[in-house]
Design a protein around this ligand. Structure first.
Ligand code: HEM
Length: 508
């Protein structure tokens, strides 16, 4: 019976999403075969209970119009719909079950979903949980010390942003400078995270470069998120991931070794570890427990956590900096308000001196960032893996299935955000006591529940520093006043495409 109803729904869905013969034949052979296979046997588990409908979506729809395509089938067949993507069946859910899926951790595992997405499922068999280790480090060593962290990062942002316009300081104000914002943002974040993990003394250009490389590499291996752009990766995801890991292993070994060597040396150093860096604090605690030395396995563990931290933080934050600045460049009417919010922080030499309190007080900018995160079009931004056959909205979701709430169903929902939910309103959140870091089931670009991103306080502070230093040095504009979304299914990791132009501001 179940098989039949799945087949029927696939058929119906084809009609709904208007998959005519010609469009269907454009689906790759591989994808079609997998879809038919799933349609025929469901998920391959001999399950009792009602399964959600399985709906066919074309590659064109999934990769080029994901929000519209998923919305359409969710509205029609929701609240839970199975869709095959990259040869894998995943269950997409609507806003009515978002909070349940993202917070009922015993049934819907964040850790299993994220490690399997990265093809790092073997890490689940470690004695200690990598994700919990990361969580604790970020909470205790970053989020709890934001004042100190911001003070140590301010010079990095000041320096990199100033370098964008300094070499051109002779130019008149009307000249524009084209800049590669993504590279600069990634370098700033790489240096920031190095400073946080190792301390200032290790921020040499070669080490910063190694961190940038590692951040990009691991992101590229992030299986089902970063592989939407190429034919090969879409149709042969398993093989593609293995090749990517091989490429990473070969091309990046020197970078991994460089970072690991510094970490090993730092933790093993006989000198007292008296800085506030994550490595020094960790080494000090270990030494106190182990008669003055850091055991070998603890060093290895710390290095694994450190790479996890680089991966979680550098690239994603750099991409958010690009999104926010591109949106601001398109909407220059907000510039003056943002500049005024930090006007008190400008010293007599005309230099902006930021600290964490000033960043928190920049409420219009905070609202703008929240609005960018709400509207930029994230669809499948976080997932959970079922740990058993799990009941959900009247269906049974088989054990080992990926379940993903459709973010646009919450972020653009009129029930939550009013009639103008789809509009970008930069000051929508001013005075609402809803800062950019505050999550709920109507806004979850940082995830939700136990695993909501612990680094979001750092990420928002970094975006604010980048924006504020940039707009006090220059006025950002976009060439032709527009940007293009390159990968609509992967807004969180792939930056928009466009040419940012800076018009330097002369100091008075
Ligand atoms: C714009 C930048 C960032 C975005 C958009 C982002 C987004 C996310 C999302 C969506 C999750 C999954 C949460 C869930 O599914 O409930 C997550 C988890 C995580 N993020 Fe971020 N993140 C960003 C920056 C950072 C930074 C800067 C750090 C570290 C300093 C960080 C550390 C983590 C960690 C460790 C996790 C795993 C969950 C946990 O340990 O609780 N992230 N992030």
């Amino acid at each position: 019976m179940q098989i039949r109803s799945s087949q029927l729904l696939i058929h119906k869905a084809k009609g709904d999403v208007k998959l005519g013969r010609s469009r269907l034949s454009s689906l790759s052979f591989c994808q079609c075969t997998m879809r038919s296979f799933y349609a025929f046997i469901g998920n391959g588990h001999g399950l009792e209970g009602k399964r959600p409908p399985i709906v066919a979506l074309s590659e064109e729809d999934i990769y080029h119009h994901p929000a519209q395509a998923y919305e359409k089938v969710i509205k029609k067949y929701g609240p839970v719909v199975g869709v095959v993507r990259n040869n894998r069946l995943e269950y997409i859910t609507d806003h009515s079950v978002t909070a349940h899926v993202l917070t009922a951790d015993a049934m819907f595992s964040f850790e299993q979903a994220s490690l399997q997405n990265l093809n790092l499922g073997f890490l689940l068999s470690l004695q200690q949980s990598l994700v919990k280790g990361l969580d604790v480090i970020v909470q205790e060593s970053i989020t709890a010390k934001m004042e100190h962290i911001v003070d140590s990062l301010v010079p990095i942002f000041q320096h990199h942003i100033a370098s964008l316009t300094e070499s051109n300081s002779e130019r008149r104000e009307s000249y524009s400078i084209p800049v590669d914002l993504e590279s600069v943002a990634r370098r700033m974040m790489a240096e920031s995270i190095l400073t946080i993990i190792f301390g200032k003394k290790h921020t040499k250009p070669a080490t910063i470069h190694a961190v940038e490389k590692v951040a990009v590499d691991i992101t590229a291996a992030n299986g089902n998120r970063f592989q939407n752009l190429g034919y090969f990766s879409r149709n042969f995801p398993g093989l593609w991931l293995r090749l990517i890991w091989l490429k990473i292993t070969i091309s990046s070994v020197p970078h991994y070794l460089r970072i690991s060597y510094i970490a090993f040396k730092e933790m093993g150093s006989r000198e007292s570890n008296d800085s506030e860096s994550i490595l020094d604090v960790f080494a000090k605690q270990c030494k106190a427990r182990n008669g003055g030395c850091v055991p070998f396995l603890d060093k290895i563990w710390m290095i694994v956590v450190m790479f996890g931290l680089i991966f979680a933080s550098v690239h994603q934050t750099a991409i958010l900096i690009v999104w926010v600045l591109f949106e601001l460049a398109k909407q220059p009417q907000f510039l003056e308000t943002f500049r005024k919010e930090v006007a008190d922080q400008i010293d007599e030499d005309g230099d902006l001196c930021l600290n964490y309190a000033a960043l928190k007080d920049a409420r219009h900018l905070d609202s703008f960032i929240r609005e960018v995160m709400r509207t930029k079009g994230d669809t499948l931004l976080t997932a959970r893996l079922t740990t058993a056959d799990v009941p959900l909205a009247g269906y049974i979701i088989p054990k080992g299935s990926f379940v993903t709430p459709l973010a646009t169903r919450s972020h653009m929902n009129e029930e939550y955000h009013g009639k103008n939910a789809k509009e970008f309103i930069g000051d929508r959140w001013v005075g609402m006591e809803k800062p950019a870091v505050m999550v709920s089931n109507s806004y979850f670009p940082w995830g939700l529940g136990r695993w909501a991103c612990p680094g979001r306080f750092l990420a928002v502070a970094a975006v604010k520093m980048a924006v504020l230093y940039l707009i006090t040095n220059a006025t950002p504009r976009l060439k032709d006043d527009k940007y293009r979304i390159r990968d609509p299914l992967n807004i969180i990791l792939v930056p928009p495409e466009g040419q940012l132009l800076l018009y330097p501001i002369r100091k008075q």
